[in-house]
Design a binder for this molecule. Structure first.
Ligand SMILES: *Cc1c(COP(=O)(O)O)cnc(C)c1O
Length: 833
């Protein structure tokens, strides 16, 4: 078989002897894995069998690097950056791993020799949907950058058996299907039963003096769950560094023998086992109302406790004194989900390792740093005291003590200001008493960062104002970034090659090099190459759209794209209102000259978020009417692309001409989709919100379509008593669009369907959709105008890519390393390991 490959690839004159050998070795290994790991043989192997065989082969190559990395870290005692996150939305792994190892061509040739198409195998992979959206995807981008920058790092999270649901659209409505990503096995993970920890729940505490007279607290949990490590390798780009993503899976502690039980006890024991295993069963969607709260808190504590125990074990293995913990681990809390870590580390250091409170507190504060991701009040986590106490009584005692000492400091700094004390307390005493997780994270950390300049500023001025006054030095900004490996090289290979040819390939690990593109922004030959690539990407997306939803889309239309979670603050309904207005305009005036557009939406709504689901129904309803109206054929199309996830993002981001970033100013912390679009040459239409502000600064205002109220104006208008009706009265097109919806035009005559949405907009409109409508519509007119000047549009597109360097996650991770973690790179050399 290998000889066969050698002859076939040798026939290709461009193939070097080395490539032939590498390709042949890869092919041998694929076949060996197919047989010995899967018990299959080539004649009957399915595409999925081959995918697995190739994945195992690639994993083996990563494991060699992983072992070399782990050994180097432990010998050199390097500081390890630990990224704690309840979500890691890592996307499909095979393509990215081939790319980072630099063996994509070898694999393609080896598969070709087998009569297989690599792209078809890549398409077979189920992506681990272990995240909701932006926050989980950010964590995944950061792991890529950490490994690529050769920083010793571990990602810690939860191995959900069911990730984010799969979305189907039926009769225009979202339908959720359970995600079964593990059904056919996961080639990337290594389950390590020997790396496991016990995590306690419930029970009570006992306070007593020990032999030397120190007060010791013993927590006697009511039950315990075992966390087992499931590891996935995270390969750096063009380096030998391979880091670890360690996800915890819950198991029952006791195995039990049938004869030890009478029947009743037996089923009780089985029940207990089932109960323990439900802990890591399912990822909770964002934006859900109350359901499943208890389990979610249990999940958070479970993965945090396992992760901290794991760090302590790593210290023990290397014989490092526990007092040096903060010199060996920098622990980043990705939002408040893991913030219970502050109390858990204190417990482990005081109760288990018997350190003094002051020593433990100093370690804790120097270890942790906290990233805030939202200013939305409903998204700031709190847990009711009874719930917290019933789950973790000892941790609640520790939180009380942290709070007691902290509030003493507050009183010293601001004497007589009891209102401030109440505002800053870790315990919310208004209404039902609750633990405020953001306050716990802030008090227990040495650094607190927002995720874009504007967001960090608002954080200091609003939700964290008291804390920023007390600890100004603790607050900083680290603007988010995304990895150019996955979001340019892997998803847009045509663009990547053109960039290499034009400016060299250093941009792949130093995205600021894209700046050199600006010199080609007026070169007609380059324009042509640029447009050809963009057209190919659009044609590829059009084909997928045809296959998945059966809508014909002309790749020469302007692709106007909004893909992200469906949420009122992201305002997909503002987009829909504009489409209706435009459609009505085109119907009224058949000769109207405008840019032919295809509006493409994608995104999931939380299963319990009725308004978001109704917004999806509005979009599909508009699509149904618009796409079937002969009066507007060729001028306007609307597509709702189902089940938006990382894999589908690979097709969508590179095919967009226009990136919709229309959140109400002040509500989107950063956004990262906006960055993926920009790198791939889309222009942005957006508000001054999140990282849009910086995107516009980098691109230049002349290369960005700005509209809408500013964060300050949004606040002002709310304070002055916002009246949405007033905007309807002042705008005929808006009134007409709303009336069309009310009359059932997009709900097959049903005049009730959209009533909740209309009532909300007309009477509350909490996200100022109607206030921004006129400016948005006017801005879209400028977009259409600009689109008609092909040369100018191409130029702006090139400039956007050229100036996107800042938004690489490499830059973001460098900032975390220097300003927060004090973590340094270490070179891993596979040859000398
Ligand atoms: C990047 C990304 C997001 C975040 O998109 P925003 O536009 O920043 O909200 C959400 N989901 C997926 C699958 C992504 O890749």
């Amino acid at each position: 078989m290998a000889d066969d490959l050698a002859t076939r690839v040798r026939a290709d004159a461009s193939t070097t002897a080395e490539a032939v050998t590498k390709g042949a070795a890869l092919l041998d290994d694929v076949i060996r894995n197919l047989i010995s790991r899967q018990g299959r043989y080539p004649d009957i192997a399915s595409a999925h069998d081959w995918y697995l065989a190739l994945a195992y082969t690639v994993r083996d190559r990563m494991l060699a690097r992983w072992v070399a990395s782990a050994r180097t870290y432990s010998i050199q005692g390097m500081k390890v950056a630990c990224y704690l996150s309840a979500e890691f939305l890592i996307g499909p792994q095979l393509g990215n791993n081939l790319l980072n190892l630099g063996i994509e061509d070898d694999a393609r040739k080896a598969m070709f020799a087998l009569g297989l198409d690599l792209d078809e195998l890549l398409a077979v992979e189920e992506e681990p949907g272990l995240g909701n959206g932006g926050l989980g995807r950010l964590a995944a981008c950061y792991l890529d950058s950490l490994a690529s920058l050769q920083i010793p790092a571990i990602g810690y999270g939860i191995r959900y058996e069911f990730g984010i649901f799969d979305q189907e659209i039926r009769d225009g409505w979202q339908v959720e299907r359970t995600d079964k990503w593990l059904e056919k096995g996961n080639a990337w993970e290594i389950i390590r039963p020997e790396v496991s920890y016990y995590v306690g729940f419930g029970g009570h505490t006992e306070h007593a003096a020990d032999a030397s007279g120190h007060l010791r607290v013993r927590w006697i949990p009511a039950r315990q769950v075992k966390g087992v490590a499931c590891d996935m390798p995270m390969q750096g780009f063009r380096v030998d560094t391979c880091n670890l993503l360690r996800l915890w899976k819950s198991e029952a502690v006791e195995s039990f023998d049938f004869e030890d039980f009478n029947a009743g006890e037996y089923y009780e024991a089985v029940h207990e086992k089932v109960h323990s295993e439900t802990l890591s069963k399912v990822l909770y969607p964002n934006d859900e109302p109350e359901i499943g709260k208890r389990l979610r808190l249990a999940q958070q504590y479970f993965f945090v406790s396992c992760s901290l125990q794991d760090m302590l074990r790593l210290m023990d293995i290397t014989g490092t004194p526990i007092e040096d913990f903060a010199e060996h681990f920098a622990v980043q809390l990705n939002d408040t989900h893991p913030s219970i870590a502050v109390a858990e580390l204190m417990r482990l250091l005081i109760d288990v390792r018997e350190l003094s409170w002051d020593a433990a507190w100093s370690i804790t504060q120097r270890t942790f740093a906290y990233t805030n991701h939202t200013l939305l009040p409903e998204a700031l986590e709190t847990w009711s005291l009874p719930l917290f106490n019933s789950q973790s009584p000892r941790l609640l005692e520790i939180i009380y003590e942290i709070n007691r000492r902290f509030l003493e400091d507050v009183r010293r700094a601001f004497p007589g200001d009891e209102e401030r004390v109440a505002r800053m307390s870790l315990i919310d005493e208004t209404g039902g008493r609750k633990v405020r997780m953001a306050h716990l994270a802030t008090v227990g950390s040495h650094a607190v960062n927002g995720v874009a300049g504007l967001h960090s500023e608002l954080l200091r001025q609003t939700v964290m104002r008291d804390f920023a006054e007390m600890f100004p030095e603790r607050f900083l900004n680290v603007t988010n970034g995304v990895t150019p490996r996955r979001f340019v090289m892997l998803s847009n290979p045509g663009l990547a090659q053109l960039l290499d040819k034009t400016i060299g390939d250093e941009w792949r690990s130093d995205l600021s090099r894209l700046g050199a593109l600006a010199a080609h922004a007026d070169d007609p030959a380059f324009h042509e190459a640029w447009r050809a690539i963009r057209r190919d990407n659009k044609a590829a997306l059009a084909l997928r759209i045809q296959k998945t939803v059966g809508i014909d889309v002309d790749p020469d239309m302007l692709f106007d794209v909004q893909v992200k979670r469906i949420h009122e603050y992201k305002r997909q309904h503002l987009n829909a209102l504009y489409i209706i207005a435009l459609y009505r305009r085109l119907c009224r005036n058949p000769d109207l000259v405008t840019a032919p557009r295809c509006f493409i939406f994608g995104g999931k709504a939380a299963p319990g978020y009725a308004m978001a689901k109704l917004i999806i129904r509005l979009i599909t309803g508009v699509a149904e009417v618009v796409n079937h109206d002969p009066a507007t054929r060729g001028r306007i199309k609307v597509v709702f692309y189902p089940n938006f996830n990382v894999k589908h993002g690979h097709w969508i981001y590179p095919a967009a001409d226009l990136s919709e970033q229309m959140s109400t100013a002040g509500k989107e912390a950063s956004g990262t989709g906006n960055m993926k679009f920009m790198m791939n040459g889309a222009l942005t239409i957006g508000t001054l919100d999140g990282a849009n502000v910086e995107i516009r600064e980098e691109a230049g205002p002349e290369n960005f379509f700005l509209f809408g109220l500013t964060a300050q104006q949004v606040e002002d208008s709310k304070r002055e008593g916002y009246r949405p009706q007033q905007y309807v009265e002042a705008n005929d097109e808006l009134r007409d669009a709303l009336e069309q919806i009310a009359q059932g035009r997009f709900s097959r005559g049903d005049t009730n369907m959209f009533r909740p949405l209309l009532d909300n907009l007309l009477h509350h409109d909490p996200f100022l959709v109607l206030a921004d409508f006129a400016d948005y519509a006017a801005c879209q007119e400028r977009v259409s105008e600009a689109w008609r000047d092909v040369r100018q549009w191409t130029r702006m597109s090139i400039i956007n890519t050229a100036r996107s360097g800042k938004f690489s996650s490499d830059r973001a991770i460098q900032e975390y390393c220097e300003r927060i973690w004090d973590a340094r790179a270490v070179r891993i050399d596979l040859a000398h390991a």
